[in-house]
Design a protein around this ligand. Structure first.
Ligand code: HEM
Length: 251
């Protein structure tokens, strides 16, 4: 098990080639076949195919952005149509009706910071997906033999006490500089790193920004009266919230 930003980066990025395969048996038991669980030629072909398919659907182009905007509009219609600060920024940059585009993100540093902090604390894939060493590898003086299962845990990076000012407290300031401009953080690795980094990262980031802004543009969210919100969660391969009730009040 590898913990902390420095070690995780050293393994997955600097020695990327040596940690680039999955333990297929383990993955197939978990029903992760296909791209997630394959290696070598088959993985390369599938990854290339998946990427070109995503591009054909418009990834990296405006067309996908507008499809997601349509989804946002539907979602808002279905529901019938640190929040206040995000809404103030939304009102200032977008007004009450224009849907966000990815170009707006640069002018919405606070909103961007909140989304990043939600992802950091959300910690959706805490243990990362398992890798297998492709050859004998030396890491910090320890020899890791070829064929060893390696877990480069993302939980340890997203809550690394040497990287984050308040690792266990929700703090959008982690992603803002003294002037309130957005700042990137090396330890923001919810999508992992290296050769097998999440293939859907770009798509997921686009969806998070467009859905989040469009929802807060139209609604104010709060727990039902008398209910204390909880951060209780279920941990499996992914880390997800337990079912909860939320009121979406049109603005
Ligand atoms: C917030 C949303 C998401 C998070 C946090 C996330 C996170 C991750 C993580 C941690 C991995 C393991 C990478 C590694 O082994 O180092 C992964 C792999 C992967 N993800 Fe995602 N993911 C997200 C959304 C998506 C979406 C939307 C797609 C599809 C469009 C996707 C497709 C994949 C695929 C295909 C892999 C396997 C890549 C490979 O083995 O080469 N993910 N993801």
């Amino acid at each position: 098990v590898l913990n902390g930003l420095q070690l995780v980066k050293e393994a997955l990025v600097e020695h990327g080639e040596n940690f680039a395969v999955r333990p297929t048996k383990y993955f197939h038991i978990l029903f992760f076949k296909g791209l997630f669980g394959s290696n070598g030629y088959q993985w390369k072909q599938q990854r290339r195919f998946a990427l070109s398919t995503l591009r054909n659907f418009g990834l990296g182009k405006r067309s996908l952005e507008s499809q997601i905007q349509v989804e946002c509009r539907f979602l808002n219609d279905v529901i019938d149509k640190s929040q206040e600060k995000v809404q103030a920024e939304i009102d200032q940059v977008l007004g009450s009706s224009r849907l966000a585009t990815m170009a707006d993100r640069a002018n919405m540093p606070y909103t961007d910071a909140v989304i990043h902090e939600i992802q950091r604390m959300g910690n959706i894939v805490p243990l990362n997906l398992v890798r297998l060493t492709t050859k004998d590898t030396t890491l910090r003086g320890y020899t890791i033999p070829k064929g060893t299962m390696v877990m480069a845990t993302l939980h340890s990076v997203l809550f690394d006490e040497t990287e984050w000012e308040t690792p266990f407290t929700f703090n959008p300031g982690h992603f803002l500089d003294a002037e309130g401009k957005f700042r990137r953080r090396d330890a923001f690795l919810p999508f992992s790193a290296g050769k097998r980094v999440c293939l859907g990262e770009q798509l997921a980031r686009m969806e998070l920004f467009l859905f989040f802004t469009s929802l807060l543009q139209r609604f104010t969210f709060s727990p039902p009266p008398g209910v204390e919100p909880t951060l209780e969660s279920k941990v499996g391969v992914t880390h997800s919230p337990k079912p909860y009730k939320l009121c979406a009040v049109p603005r």
